[in-house]
Design a binder for this molecule. Structure first.
Ligand code: SF4
Ligand code: SF4
Length: 340
């Protein structure tokens, strides 16, 4: 059964980018060093910020990410500290290269999920987006993690460049022993927003898939994966006429933390200095106006304000000028539970 995961102020999520460095140069990376800095946070700062957020959020779900977080030699210490502090769940998002022998340094019980990113079901498609040899390294990493006893999940970021292979993912994930599948939609931010990062205007306009393609494919692939015993989460993206629009910035509790201290509540704002708070002396302080909070309350017929501002290519209009449908908050997800 497919269920919309309702927003809640009582279940917080902390997305903690502990560094922005990465060994890969994926074509559509959302990390933007001009906005997010180049720092690798020292472990003392990581643990101080973890401590602050575990208390502020009443034991949030924690996602440790980067850049590539396994490039941080003290990632195992960070995971251990988070476990000790009592975070509700702890996930590491990795590109699969698993530096610093991380699988042997983190006991599987210190993590809820080791989450891998792959953007194709074949080396041809994945490596065109993520780099030569990446498919082989990532799938080998998944196999090793499963063998070591980690629970594994996988993130697939859908664009026009790889949607033709999405239907092949359930079988691949089943073969690899992956338990959870996160389908993401590509955001027009970071490299995808070009032109500073050499993405052409045509490429940028042609990345996001249209509504009919999304609705005809994504739920069906999710059900197929669920039939194989894999729980699937995917963004709603397009709201139905009778569905309520809600902005997570107002009704949920999410923190997107970057190593330069910026803390955003909306991922679509991350390309801009619109963060509503920042870390100062290991505490969170509000930033000056105007910031993302000023946008969250704006009501427009298209749904999400930031979507309209930065990636309106996914919207369509009727002949009378009214939007043909509304775009949901990018954080609104559908979940299809594993059926086995
Ligand atoms: S692995 Fe992640 S952080 Fe690294 S380049 Fe790719 S998308 Fe960016
Ligand atoms: S994506 Fe849109 S709806 Fe969601 S938090 Fe950002 S501004 Fe609000």
């Amino acid at each position: 059964m497919t269920e919309t995961v309702a927003f809640s102020k009582h279940s917080a999520n902390v997305f903690f980018h502990i560094l922005t460095q990465c060994n890969l140069t994926c074509r559509h990376c959302y990390i933007n060093p001009t906005q997010h800095g180049n720092a690798m946070l020292p472990i003392e700062t990581i643990t101080a910020w973890l401590e602050f957020f575990v208390q502020k959020t009443n034991h949030a779900n924690l996602i440790l990410l980067g850049g590539e977080p396994t490039l941080h030699p003290q990632l195992p210490e960070a995971a251990k500290a988070a476990r000790r502090m009592g975070y509700k769940s702890i996930t590491i998002d990795t590109n699969g290269y698993l530096f610093h022998d991380v699988l042997n340094k983190i006991p599987p019980e210190d993590l809820d999920f080791m989450s891998f990113s792959l953007d194709g079901a074949t080396p041809q498609t994945n490596d065109r987006i993520r780099g030569e040899g990446c498919f082989a390294r990532c799938t080998a990493g998944i196999r090793r993690a499963v063998e070591r006893g980690f629970h594994t999940s996988l993130i697939f970021t859908v664009s026009k460049k790889n949607i033709h292979e999405l239907h092949r993912m359930p079988e691949l994930l089943n073969r690899l022993g992956v338990e959870r599948f996160f389908i993401q939609v590509i955001g027009i931010r970071g490299k995808s927003a070009g032109p500073v990062n050499d993405v052409t205007k045509d490429e940028k306009n042609g990345l996001q898939v249209d509504r009919d393609t999304w609705l005809s494919l994504i739920p069906a692939v999710a059900r197929e994966a669920a039939d194989l015993g894999i729980t699937v989460t995917y963004p709603k993206v397009f709201l139905g006429d009778d569905e309520r629009f809600e902005c997570a910035g107002l009704v949920a509790d999410n923190y997107f933390i970057f190593p330069n201290g910026r803390v955003y509540r909306c991922p679509l704002c991350e390309d801009y200095p619109l963060h509503s708070s920042e870390m100062n002396g290991n505490r969170l302080s509000p930033t000056g106006k105007i910031n993302e909070q000023d946008l969250f309350g704006l009501t427009i017929p298209e749904g999400c304000v930031m979507n309209k501002l930065i990636q309106s290519g996914n919207q369509a209009y009727r002949p009378n000028g009214a939007p043909a449908y509304r775009i949901a908050c990018c954080l609104l997800k559908e979940e299809v539970k594993a059926r086995q």
